[in-house]
Design a protein around this ligand. Structure first.
Ligand SMILES: Nc1ncnc2c1ncn2[C@@H]1O[C@H](COP(=O)(O)OP(=O)(O)OP(=O)(O)O)[C@@H](O)[C@H]1O
Length: 482
């Protein structure tokens, strides 16, 4: 795996930090030593791990493969990723290359004639760039390819059910489009109701597995004693109540994607079992003897800070490492309030809503209250409030009095959002920074990213606006009308 050179303008932080969009690029040594989290800002680059395997001599000379798979198999059988069909001395499944936390691991699959690395027979060995592998009469050369992709906010204000025109959501859309075709695991973080499941669906639908199944398993909602059989399935009579055999979520997701919601709730003793499935791509049903091969992409969601959970001993670092090839953090709604009008507009234009409630209009006063509220339940809460309002408001106009009391109460006396647990100086500094960021963001959005106009309207010097834009890494360009 490549080492990541941070750009001086990048901000390094923890994935749990207040909803910053982030791409996590695990480094050798794992979470404790050197894991970097790169805050995804406009024009931030995303590093992708790929490798090339090329047959340089032997009957299949000229064949090659570029892959981003976590496990890449090579052999004579057609089910391998790289098929050496002509070489009679190659076994059906000869060797595989695994992406591990320490690098690319070459593993011989009990081949008849052995696997050789740089001339020496090996069972397991790490590959370095340019390594020469021999299988049967074939010589192969291995090259890691680290691709850097620049991610700019997407031009669209929605993607697969997700709505949002804020720079941060459009960055999320760009990231989804980029990573969907890659067959890598993803962890989606974010508070409850921020759209983690929608992200998983969008990734699945845009991947090569999109026509296959998407199996959703909520690790937090299943009784602890059933989770193992839900994940891996069970045979008839495996435990009291197992009247019939049942395939588990992994088996049902074969050829598609498994979405493990609330991964942070998964019991510690089950975590090694999950890791084993991910590494071997095989499951054994509870009470069963047969080993079943499963081929599915894993997307996991959590609203817990898994790095903190690892430090507290509640989550296994190796499992986290395995799953977090890409870590996408969704921002809470209160940090992208500018998305609220579009979410409301889309919801009101929904044909079902129109058929049931007719045309509705949210008055500017009601919209101001909706924009001022903090939405601890995020978009889910917003959608719920809207359905409540539609059910109880008569006439076309939605007025402030139609909104739940908690929204009206908060706007009357908006508390100063400071943290009293910090020292006075630090709390004041944090409050000021939040104010600066929010103020400049709003002025720039209003002025469609035009710095001179924003300077005029705010009474600030253009240089000061530029300094603040840089300090908070705001995307003035991305605020242009689309
Ligand atoms: N950006 C968005 N645009 C439109 N609707 C959204 C958006 N984000 C979430 N929603 C809606 O909010 C609700 C909750 O979304 P979802 O289940 O994906 O959230 P979640 O983060 O997985 O929640 P939880 O952590 O509680 O499982 C759904 O009704 C979904 O359609």
């Amino acid at each position: 795996m490549s080492s990541h050179e941070p750009n001086p303008d990048d901000v390094l932080t923890n994935p749990g930090d207040s909803g910053l969009d982030s791409v996590l690029i695990p480094e050798a040594g794992g979470v404790g030593s050197g894991t970097e989290v790169l805050v995804l800002q406009p024009q931030t680059t995303l590093k992708l791990r790929r490798c090339r395997l090329q047959v340089t001599a032997g009957p299949d000379e000229g064949r090659s493969l570029v892959s981003d798979k976590e496990r890449l198999r090579c052999g004579a059988h057609s089910s391998n990723d790289l098929v050496l069909a002509e070489d009679r001395a190659v076994s059906r499944h000869h060797f595989e290359i695994l992406t591990t936390e320490r690098g690319w691991l070459l593993v011989d699959l009990n081949s008849t004639n052995g696997t050789f690395l740089d001339g020496r027979r090996v069972e397991r060995a790490y590959l370095s760039p340019g390594a020469q592998v021999r299988a049967g009469s074939s010589q192969l050369s291995f090259t890691p390819i680290d691709e850097e992709v620049t991610l700019e906010p997407d031009g669209e204000g929605e993607l697969g059910g997700l709505v949002g025109e804020s720079v941060r959501m459009r960055q999320v859309f760009a990231l989804i489009k980029k990573i969907a075709p890659l067959d890598v695991s993803v962890i989606v973080g974010g508070e409850t109701g921020t759209g983690k499941e929608l992200v998983a669906r969008a990734i699945h639908e845009r991947s090569s597995r999109g026509k296959g199944p998407l199996v959703v398993l909520d690790c937090g909602a299943i009784p602890p004693e059933l989770i193992e059989s839900e994940l891996f399935g069970h045979e008839k009579g495996a435990f009291t109540g197992a009247m019939t055999a049942r395939p588990g979520a992994f088996e049902r997701a074969h050829g598609g994607t498994i979405f493990l919601d609330e991964l942070g709730e998964l019991r510690l003793d089950l975590q090694p079992k999950l890791l084993r499935v991910l590494e071997n791509r095989e499951v054994r049903r509870v009470g069963g003897n047969d080993v079943l091969e499963v081929d599915c992409r894993v997307i996991a969601a959590t609203n817990r800070d898994l790095v903190k959970e690892i430090a507290a001993g509640n989550f296994r670092e190796d499992l986290f490492f395995r799953l977090s090839v890409i870590h996408l953090q969704l921002p809470p709604l209160r940090e992208r309030r500018e998305d609220i009008p579009l979410i409301l507009k889309r919801a009101l234009a929904d044909p079902e809503v129109l058929a049931r409630h007719g045309r509705k209009h949210i008055t500017p006063e009601a919209q101001a209250l909706l924009m001022a509220y903090d939405w601890p339940g995020n978009v889910r809460e917003l959608v719920n409030v809207l359905s409540h309002v539609l059910a109880f408001s008569e006439g076309e106009d939605v007025l402030p009095q139609h909104l739940p009391a908690r929204l009206r109460g908060q706007a009357r006396e908006l508390p100063l959002p400071f943290n009293e647990h910090l020292s006075f100086k630090d709390a004041k500094e944090q409050l000021l920074e939040n104010f600066e960021r929010e103020y400049v963001n709003r002025v720039l959005s209003r002025c469609e990213g035009n710095l001179s106009r924003a300077a005029r309207e705010s009474g600030l010097h253009r240089k000061s606006i530029e300094r603040l834009v840089k300090k908070y890494q705001l995307d003035a360009k991305g605020m242009k009308p689309r």
